[in-house]
Structure formats: C-alpha cells, structure tokens
Design a protein around this ligand. Structure first.
Ligand SMILES: CC(C)(COP(=O)(O)OP(=O)(O)OC[C@H]1O[C@@H](n2cnc3c(N)ncnc32)[C@H](O)[C@@H]1OP(=O)(O)O)[C@@H](O)C(=O)NCCC(=O)NCCS
Length: 182
C-alpha cells in the first residue's frame, strides 16, 4: 500500500523526563527500523499483554504492516526521544476503524517500552488518541485487555472507559469509551 499523507500537524513536543525531551508524532513508514528495535526490546510480559497472550514473536512483514498506516481512516501515535544522534521509539498508541465505510467505532492498542512505563506516557498517548478519534467524528473506541492486566485496566477506568468481561472469553476484558459523550 502506498503511504497516505501523514497528518504531521498532530505532532507535539510534550514533556521532559530525566533530561529527555519526549515528542509525540504520527508513526511513519520510515520508522520501520525503530519500530523493529522497539518491539524486540519489549519484555515478555509487555509483549504478552500487548498481543493478548498470542504469538510472542512478530515477523518483519508484520512490523512493516504496523508502520504502514492508512491515515485517512486509522491513526498511530509514536512517543519518541532523541538520544545522542538517533531517535528512539518508546511508545505507540493506535486505532483502526472496524468498518470500511467510516466514521465508525475503532479498536485501540497501546504499548510503552518497559523502561518508560509508569511515567504518564501511556495515559498521555491515550488522551491524545481519544482526542484525534473524537475530532474525526468516530462514535466509540474499544479495546481488549487481558483480565490479569491490572495496570491497563486501572488506566482505562481513569480515562473513563467502561470495562466488562468479554462474553466469549473469560480471560479477556473489553473496555469501551463512548466518544459522542462530552
Ligand atoms: C499498560 C501501559 C500501556 C500503561 O502505560 P504507562 O505509561 O505505563 O502508564 P501511565 O504511567 O501513563 O499510568 C497511567 C495510569 O495507569 C494506571 N497504571 C499504569 N500502570 C499501572 C500499574 N502497573 N499498576 C497500577 N496502575 C497502573 C494508573 O492508574 C496510572 O495513573 P496514575 O499514574 O495517576 O496512578 C503500559 O504499562 C504497557 O505498555 N504495558 C504493556 C502492554 C499492554 O499491557 N498494553 C495494553 C494492551 S492493549
């Protein structure tokens, strides 16, 4: 798929943590290598939680798909820091719309690099993702979270999502946010 125009206007310089200035910007196709390093650096636990206990490895092809975003309907926000002369990816939050004819409900996913967890980056990326989805007129956002992932479930509640056991799978919770509500 050819790259659709990247919405650079949503980029922002956000916060300084431990001397590192964090920027939030759309993920680009050119980020293949830093996305690859990011995924490879995740702990087993983070990977397990992100992939809902499924396959623990991601192929190069899958990583290519993760960096090829159709920005006319979907969104992927990257949190990056500059270290010496290179940019390092430390978190990604994304949504995809479920139906081909938008705007419709979207499913989110998020993962923060282990060393950067617990510093407010996940909550910040989710708030920005919600704001983008709302500004594009999407009616609802939802995601599936392992029932054992208490940190993520806590974050969902703080962000106003309703959570409930998945009807078909007791190991998974579904979190839903009505985007039409103020
Ligand atoms: C879950 C995850 C996205 C949270 O991101 P984060 O940057 O670590 O979270 P933040 O620092 O922004 O925390 C936001 C809120 O989440 C909750 N939270 C996050 N981690 C928590 C933990 N380990 N225990 C309890 N609460 C936690 C808290 O309510 C926190 O609010 P507070 O700081 O006011 O107490 C991150 O830990 C992660 O990437 N985990 C692995 C992948 C994953 O589980 N993805 C979700 C599946 S879609």
């Amino acid at each position: 798929m050819s790259e659709t125009p990247v919405p650079e206007d949503i980029a922002e310089s956000w916060q300084v943590i431990h001397g590192y200035s964090i920027s939030v910007r759309p993920l680009r196709r050119a980020d293949l290598d830093i996305e690859s390093a990011f995924v490879e650096g995740l702990s087993r636990e983070s990977r397990y939680n992100r992939l809902l206990g499924g396959s623990m490895t991601l192929s190069r092809r899958h990583i290519e798909q993760l960096t090829t975003i159709d920005y006319s309907r979907d969104m992927a926000l990257a949190a990056v820091v500059m270290t010496e002369d290179s940019e390092v990816l430390i978190g990604v939050a994304r949504y995809v719309q479920e139906a081909s004819a938008g705007p419709g409900p979207c499913e989110f996913a998020i993962v923060i690099a282990d060393a950067w967890q617990g510093r407010g980056i996940g909550a910040h990326l989710m708030r920005k993702l919600i704001a983008v989805a709302r500004s594009r007129g999407l009616p609802a956002m939802y995601g599936e979270i392992l029932a054992t992932n208490s940190g993520m479930l806590m974050m969902m509640k703080r962000l106003g999502f309703r959570t409930a056991r998945h009807p078909g799978d007791a190991t998974v919770n579904r979190a839903t946010l009505d985007l039409s509500a103020p």
